[in-house]
Design a protein around this ligand. Structure first.
Ligand SMILES: Nc1ncnc2c1ncn2[C@@H]1O[C@H](COP(=O)(O)OP(=O)(O)O)[C@@H](O)[C@H]1O
Ligand SMILES: [Mg+2]
Length: 382
């Protein structure tokens, strides 16, 4: 009895020490001075709000290095919606966590690449992988906001909707009286399509349905006037009709506020009507990207074709819903050939070769697949 008590005490003490150490390390990291030259950078194209360039994000675990993001590059132009699609485990969320710098440290680390953010208001570009944590905290919420799958990640259950919305508005706008702030909050609730806005203002989150909560979250995000909104599966937890309403809302708001949206989803159907550009991810890499027309009229990578085929509204030969056989591999020690090869219907002899290069089908349409190597060669021969 005594021994186990002592052991428990020792364990608790160890945990306390460990937490203290971690806290001190974090505090030190926050205080650390990083010179401007380390994080100021140049945009490749000033029309882009964000340029992700050869990003690598790894998790160092007991079982090996998880290469969750392994050389991902894509742009988010100003005022556009970029859809990021792929099955569960492809690295979509880790991409957004890398942008926000909220990775689970110290296991999770950005191991390479740049994330260039165009902070036009201050006439400069920042490499988000390098900016000091203090600066990142300011950017979060203000410049870059996130909508999570589960609205309660953002909402606090012990405060009313009004209190939380007021707080967000107070933090991000110039001096307003209490009355003016409340009026602004109600206005925001109306803007996101809440009919009984005055009533909802006084309610607690638990009194609302999932769809209503997600609307409130969107109102809070808008109150911060972000330049970039990252929405990670914002409708996955909702039922289908509500899903469509929330997507309608995002589309509608996009035109009103001129922010860029990065819309993450496992469902290609969701991006079809919402996105301007589409990025298809597989096992931590981009297998295809292009404009929404290119991806939907000329889907080229067999993985994209598989995702298309598994959309519920696809009219197939039989009534059963199609799903791509097999599953996404865990990105530890992946072989140096196409990661999709083992699941691919169109795999050929060439696919045994090294991981395929990105091939340009047009200025905007790129695909990493051996099936299009001839097209590339023809283009080079021209
Ligand atoms: N904290 C973590 N530790 C180890 N591996 C992780 C961690 N978070 C994510 N991963 C791995 O990174 C890969 C990508 O995950 P994620 O970005 O969440 O996928 P999704 O596309 O479903 O959002 C997965 O293989 C996942 O197991
Ligand atoms: Mg995810």
């Amino acid at each position: 009895m005594e021994a186990s008590k002592q052991e428990r005490r020792r364990k608790l003490r160890d945990i306390k020490r460990f937490n203290n150490k971690k806290y001190k390390e974090l505090a030190k990291k926050k205080r650390q001075h990083i010179p401007e030259s380390a994080y100021l950078t140049q945009m490749r194209d000033p029309n882009n709000l964000l340029e992700i360039d050869d990003l690598h994000t790894f998790f160092y675990t007991d079982t090996g290095t998880v290469k969750a993001i392994d050389g991902v590059s894509f742009d988010i132009p100003r005022g556009k919606v970029v859809g990021v699609v792929g099955e569960s485990g492809c690295g979509k969320s880790v991409t957004s966590l890398s942008i926000m710098r909220i990775l689970q440290e110290p296991q999770g680390q950005i191991a390479g690449g740049q994330i260039r953010y165009n902070q036009a208001a201050q006439n400069r570009a920042l490499d988000l992988t390098k900016v000091p944590l203090k600066m990142m905290e300011k950017l979060r919420g203000g410049d870059i906001s996130m909508i999570f799958q589960e609205p309660m990640t953002t909402l606090n259950p012990v405060f009313t909707i009004g209190q939380q919305l007021d707080e967000a508005i107070k933090y991000h706008t110039e001096k307003l009286s209490k009355k003016e702030i409340a009026a602004r909050s109600v206005e925001m609730l109306k803007m996101v399509g809440i009919a009984n806005a005055e009533g909802v203002y006084k309610m607690y989150p638990h009194e609302l349905s999932g769809g209503m909560r997600q609307r409130v979250v969107i109102a809070m995000v808008l109150a911060c006037h972000p330049q970039l909104i990252i929405a990670d599966e914002p409708t996955t937890a909702l039922d289908v009709t509500i899903q469509a309403q929330i997507l309608d809302l995002l589309r509608h708001l996009k035109n009103q506020i001129n922010a860029s949206i990065m819309l993450i989803t496992h469902d290609l159907g969701v991006v079809a009507e919402t996105a301007d550009y589409v990025v298809v991810m597989y096992a931590g890499r981009i297998v295809e990207k292009g404009t929404v027309q290119e991806i939907f009229h000329n889907p080229s990578h067999p993985y994209t074709l598989g995702l298309m085929k598994s959309r519920p509204n696809f009219v197939g030969e039989n009534d059963r819903l199609y799903s791509i056989p097999g599953s996404v591999p865990n990105p530890i020690d992946l072989p140096n050939y196409c990661f999709f090869r083992n699941r691919c219907e169109k795999a050929c002899a060439a696919c045994a070769g090294t991981y395929p290069e990105m091939i340009s089908l047009s200025d905007t349409h790129k695909v990493a697949c051996y099936l299009y190597q001839d097209a590339q060669k023809r283009k080079e021969g021209e």
